[in-house]
Design a protein around this ligand. Structure first.
Ligand SMILES: [Zn+2]
Length: 314
């Protein structure tokens, strides 16, 4: 299906893997650990999100980096193979889903290849502060290799640049895409710490503004942000686009608002929004045309995505 027709993105992956009994909390690879050790479980979760109504399901490669793989003893070739496997598992889940429908479906949902922030590689929750001592060039070097692999993989429909906490990193990613080295399209989504700033303190409005200058970005989003901040952030995105006279798709997939426990490297359950409040918040943003793709991040589940999809696709 065409990306512009998408309405729903999937829900959490890392927290969902842990919820199903394979804890990846505090692991250096986080959800990517399941590519190595629990591929069947991972494929099942991807499948469940397609079944729930997601038009875009995203791979477990968010925290997969070659630096980490080397540290835990993997040769480069094997690491590259496993990175591709993370994307391929989503495509396999989609194939199973299509088969279950006897291929009787008008719009075939998409496979997203997830790329996390440099902060995700640090595996210490730096996504939530956005502070890491790197130059723009270092961030370019860090991101380029995985982005090239996403492009090489024929299963990648869209590249998901997610939970970006840093303005400098957004600039680095824009520079990569504007250099023409990356042929596939992407969306970029920011993690915000309040109603107007991304996690490093930059105004979200400034981030939207620079991302409008990247033709390869099909959408600009907000993810892994507390749901109560999201309505205002979506308004900001709309205002900037109006002012700049440039329109891109706005995506919104906040987390459930659970409190982050930095010691345990996990979200404390039941400390955020109720499922119903979460679903109605996003449904409202969607029906009021404030954003056109909705879904969930950490602590959301296929059940929540199903409830939201039923409303959005009515
Ligand atoms: Zn998240």
């Amino acid at each position: 299906m065409d990306f512009s027709k998408c309405k729903m993105i999937d829900g959490a992956l890392g927290t969902e893997i842990s919820r199903r009994g394979f804890s990846v909390d505090g692991e250096v690879l986080w959800s990517a650990k399941a590519i190595l050790e629990k591929p069947e479980l991972l494929k099942q979760i991807h499948y469940d999100y397609y079944l729930a109504g997601a038009d875009i399901v995203v791979s477990a490669t968010y925290q997969f980096t070659f630096e980490t793989m080397k540290k835990i003893g993997f040769e480069k070739d094997k690491s590259i193979e496993l990175f591709h496997k993370g994307i391929d598992l989503v495509a396999e889940a989609r194939e199973d889903y299509l088969k279950s429908l006897n291929y009787e479906i008008e719009n075939i949902p998409l496979v997203g290849a997830s790329i996390g922030s440099y902060a995700a590689f640090l595996a210490d929750g730096s996504e939530y502060t956005g502070f890491f001592n790197k130059t723009k060039q270092e961030l370019i070097d860090f991101h380029l290799e995985r982005l090239e692999l996403c492009c090489e993989n024929p299963n990648t429909d869209i590249i998901a640049l997610e939970t970006m906490p840093s303005f400098l990193e957004a600039e680095a990613l824009i520079e990569i895409f504007n250099s023409g080295k990356i042929s596939k399209k992407a969306y970029i989504s920011f993690a915000c710490k309040n109603k107007e700033q991304i996690n490093d303190g930059t105004l979200f409005a400034d981030c939207v503004k620079i991302c409008l200058e990247c033709d390869n970005f099909l959408a600009i989003g907000i993810n892994c942000t507390k749901p109560e901040f999201v309505p205002n952030l979506v308004d900001i995105a709309n205002e900037v686009m109006k002012k700049q006279k440039k329109q891109k798709i706005i995506m919104c997939y906040p987390n459930l608002g659970n409190i982050w426990d930095s010691e345990k490297q996990t979200f404390l359950p039941d400390s955020g929004f109720s499922e119903n409040d979460f679903v109605s918040l996003l449904h409202n943003l969607f029906i009021n045309k404030k954003c056109s793709i909705v879904g969930g991040c950490c602590s959301t589940t296929p059940e929540i995505i199903k409830k939201l999809a039923e409303l959005v696709k009515k």
